[in-house]
Write a protein that binds this ligand. Structure first.
Ligand SMILES: [Mg+2]
Length: 446
């Protein structure tokens, strides 16, 4: 009977997960962030797991989808994506997209962000039923471990006084020395060898100094800087020129495809004229990466035609699942564009899904991003381990992870008891607790 793959029940559990006071150009992470855990249970008694954003605008379509799945097969993933998923347009317009850090907001992107969790849960259930890892269902792994980068943030030592929050032991990081100390902790704890700094927080000169300090502390290691579109074209070019010799890539320096294309053209021109003069120019053409101007299939054509980006950071949540991630990687490959992986605050179910799909992508040549080390809480019986900055690809059936029901219940209680302020992620609102006059900055900031 375990082979009866008809969906008998779908369980949705919204939770609030503790988060550290990580700064970005829009504000600061809230003390708790919403996530949604999806369980798809088959008639044969197998449960598949998925995870996605937990804000109300995702919960509502997830609930309507969950009601329609019983009676369908977990094998019918194409049918799942064909379901008409009503999305409240007003809610999208009025919603805060974590400060717009993930690019355009559209009904289709929101729909895919919900469907992806169900796709992952169906693939997990299929794998468990067949005794195969998810990567085998995706064509098989081409590597046995996936490399991740240390995701460095400017951060406060703790959330503002008087705010209910869980403490963290990372300390403050508000200057170059603090950033380097944080990077050292990442290497000691997890063995990461490449580093990404979330920028757009302080004036560019301070962030250039921080990256220079990292380059000095970790010579030769891949470094990235991501100001989330906070800079003008001119500032982007200036930073790229100053850091061109140490950056693996510069992520979303300017906002939007045309600004990115201008930066890209400026860098190519600089590289050409330097090489015409016979030296030193090779690294001036530092590649541009994005998880903001290419976030949907519809945005690819213009960006690639204009050579606006050289690396696309995929994210299976909003690209619409693990199979779409593979499709995206194939398109990037065809156009000679690199591919890696973006991350938002997430738990172990998503890390397992990211690792499974990343293991199947031949042209993944950069370490993936992950917020997981920042999450002290998880809903798994066993945390996923980073060894030498890598996650071993599980060959166990499905995603290879098990749900800790007590922990899931505890984090759900936190969500249920919240007065509503933490249920929608809003980094600008969280910043206003410390700085009452804070407003979402107008871009470009610098
Ligand atoms: Mg980014």
């Amino acid at each position: 009977m375990t082979r009866d793959l008809t969906i008998a029940e779908v369980r949705l559990t919204p939770i609030l997960v503790a988060d550290a006071p990580l700064l970005n150009t829009q504000g600061v992470h809230q003390p708790y962030t919403p996530r949604l855990i999806v369980e798809v249970v088959t008639a044969g008694g197998i449960t598949g797991l998925g995870e996605t954003y937990g804000d109300t605008k995702y919960l509502e379509p997830a609930r309507s989808l969950a009601e329609r799945l019983p009676g369908r097969s977990v094998m019918d993933v194409n049918g799942l994506f064909a379901l008409d998923l009503a999305v409240d347009q007003d809610r999208i317009r009025g919603a805060v997209d974590a400060g717009g850090l993930r690019g355009v907001q559209s009904a289709d992107k929101l729909r895919l962000s919900v469907l992806s969790a169900f796709e992952v849960a169906c693939l997990d259930a299929q794998g468990r039923a067949l005794g195969l890892p998810v990567h085998a269902l995706l064509g098989g792994r081409v590597r046995d471990a996936v490399e991740y980068s240390a995701y460095l943030f400017y951060k406060w030592a703790g959330h503002p006084e008087g705010v209910t929050a869980e403490p963290d032991d990372w300390g403050a990081a508000l200057d170059p020395a603090g950033v380097v100390a944080q990077a050292r902790k990442f290497t000691e704890r997890y063995g990461f060898t490449s580093f990404k700094l979330k920028g757009g927080v302080f004036p560019p000169a301070e962030e250039i100094a921080a990256v220079r300090a990292l380059a000095e502390a970790f010579p030769g290691h891949p470094l990235r800087l991501d100001p989330n579109g906070a800079w003008s074209v001119e500032t982007s070019l200036k930073v790229a020129r100053e850091l061109g010799d140490v950056l693996e890539y510069l992520e979303d320096p300017a906002l939007g495809t045309s600004a990115m294309a201008e930066v890209s053209a400026g860098l190519r021109g600089a590289a050409r004229s330097a090489s015409d003069k016979g030296g030193g120019g090779r690294r001036a053409g530092v590649p541009l990466a994005t998880n903001m101007c290419v976030t949907t299939f519809g945005e690819i054509k213009e960006a690639f035609t204009e050579d606006a980006v050289q690396v696309v950071l995929s994210d299976h949540h909003y690209w619409g699942g693990l199979r779409n991630t593979q499709h995206l990687a194939a398109i990037c490959d065809a156009f000679g564009v690199g591919v890696s992986m973006h991350s938002n605050t997430h738990l172990g179910i998503s890390l397992a899904a990211m690792t499974q799909v990343a293991s199947t992508v031949p042209n993944l040549h950069h370490a993936c991003d992950s917020h997981y080390p920042w999450q002290s809480e998880d809903v798994l019986t066993e945390r996923i381990a980073f060894t030498d900055g890598r996650v071993a690809v599980s060959d166990a059936p499905g995603l290879g992870v098990e749900l800790d029901r007590d922990e899931l219940a505890r984090l759900h209680r936190r969500w249920a008891e919240d007065d509503g302020t933490m249920r929608e992620r809003d980094d600008a609102a969280a910043m206003r607790v410390a700085e009452p006059h804070w407003r979402t900055p107008v871009m470009p900031r610098w």
